[in-house]
Write a protein that binds this ligand. Structure first.
Ligand code: UDP
Length: 412
């Protein structure tokens, strides 16, 4: 069984000791995380391990998922797109439905949420819960996972009226922080090196996975793993691949993705991607179930180069996952990708398909550079983006909020 001690081998014993010290002040504290999907997408990926690790440290933690109908998720997806900068409004009926669904969830959840010492509400979908839990005792934190640096103002103005009621908010990076009348914390996400998604795999397993999808491991492979979402720019990836293929004729592209329960647009984008790629047998579009973690792991390990050409990106866990597997990443020059891809060191930041193609060509022509960048990438993740660092940040945040500590936290 995986427990905190299992991470000592990777991050060092002192890091684990430090976590125990911090958690000493939080023993028995009741914490609830609330989001809108248990499978699919980065938030679910992180909570799956973070929750049990917090429990092991002596906190009383649970994870609640709100439910909604397709209309609700359509509305929250529009909201998500608008917060990431798309100029789309939301009708009064949709807004009313958004609040109604939050209210329905509140009827079920509020008795527990109101008793909790700390409530983390993730992203816009459940953000309005706070309006309906008027007897809350604890600290409520709005945890934003998306790139909200340049939101479409009318939609942000609407959501902001709920966010201001929280005691604090958390953003991935300073660029995303907003003028708000409460404390804001900057906490980038992380990956779990011991999850099925990231553990070491045998070369046979990697080979079998690629064979299952009819991809030739002997030929160059470039990969993007992500939900079929316009902000992930799968069409731009195909363009980049087509440009690079002129110079590397044996090149293959794997676009692997799935849907998330809270993302109704996926199917439409997938159809578009299939349309654009249908005539090229070297483009492999794989629609994976949400729990295909080992498959994603094997695909990432077997690829030569990983792309994440997003136009907007809250963080991009797939970037960290690939870097942990010593892959150079060609990432879109957007949001959280900028925090991870150290341009020219752990990969390249690009803004256009042409830019991505140029970097693909360079990396395929320079295998030595590819290896070197991959090694640096893994080290960078080890130092900055593993779950133990994330856990430490959350514990620090809770100590600081519950004990009103603003500057220094003294460990026992
Ligand atoms: N993922 C997956 N299967 C897929 C597509 C994505 O398991 O078909 C995982 C991916 O490995 C990553 C997470 O879902 O762990 C996506 O997180 P990211 O931050 O990259 O993007 P988000 O979907 O949250 O926008």
């Amino acid at each position: 069984m995986i427990n905190l001690e299992s991470y000592a081998e990777i991050v060092g014993q002192d890091v684990i000791e430090h976590l125990h010290q911090l958690a000493e002040r939080l023993k028995g504290v009741k914490v609830i995380h609330v989001n809108s999907t248990r499978e699919g997408g980065g938030v679910a990926e992180i909570l799956r391990r973070l929750v049990p690790l917090m429990q092991e440290l002596g906190l009383e933690v649970s994870w609640e998922v709100i439910t909604g109908d397709p209309r609700f998720f359509h509305c929250t997806k529009t909201m998500h797109n608008a917060l990431q900068g798309k100029r789309v409004g939301i009708s009064a009926q949709e807004i009313a439905h958004y609040e109604e669904i939050n209210q329905k969830n509140a009827v079920l959840l509020c008795p527990r949420l109101e008793e909790a010492d700390v409530v983390f509400v993730h992203d816009p979908q459940p953000a309005a819960l706070i309006k309906f839990c008027s007897n809350r005792k604890g600290k409520w934190i709005w945890r934003c996972h998306i790139d909200i640096s340049k939101p479409y103002r009318p939609v942000w103005k609407y959501l902001r009226q709920f966010v201001v009621s929280y005691d604090a908010s958390v953003f991935h990076l300073a660029d995303f922080a907003q003028p708000l009348p409460h404390l804001q914390f900057l906490i980038p996400p992380s990956i779990d090196p011991l999850s099925e998604k990231n553990i070491e795999l045998s070369s046979e397993e990697i080979r079998e996975t690629y064979e299952r999808f009819g991809v030739d491991l002997e030929r160059p492979i470039t990969l993007q793993v992500s939900r079929f979402d316009r902000f992930k720019d799968p069409i731009g990836v195909i363009e980049a691949y087509k440009l690079a293929k002129k110079f590397i004729p044996s090149l293959q592209l794997v676009l692997a993705g799935g849907g998330a329960q809270d993302d109704p647009e996926g199917q439409i984008v997938l159809e578009e991607v299939k349309q654009v790629s249908q005539e090229d047998p070297d483009i492999h579009v794989l629609f994976l179930p949400a729990n295909a973690h080992r498959t994603v792991n094997a695909l990432q390990r077997g690829a030569d180069i990983v792309l994440q050409k997003s136009i907007k990106e809250g963080f991009g866990l797939t970037v960290t996952e690939a870097m942990w597997k010593e892959k150079p990443v060609i990432g879109g020059n957007a949001g959280g990708i900028r925090l991870q891809v150290v341009n020219h060191h752990t990969g390249f930041l690009v803004s256009t398909p042409e830019g991505a193609a140029l970097r693909m060509r360079y990396l395929f022509q320079n295998p030595h550079k590819r290896k070197q960048m991959g090694e640096k990438a893994k080290k960078f993740v080890l130092e900055n983006f593993l779950i133990t660092r994330h856990l430490r940040d959350y514990l620090t945040l809770m100590v600081s909020l519950l004990y009103n500590v603003e500057e220094r936290i003294e460990l026992g």
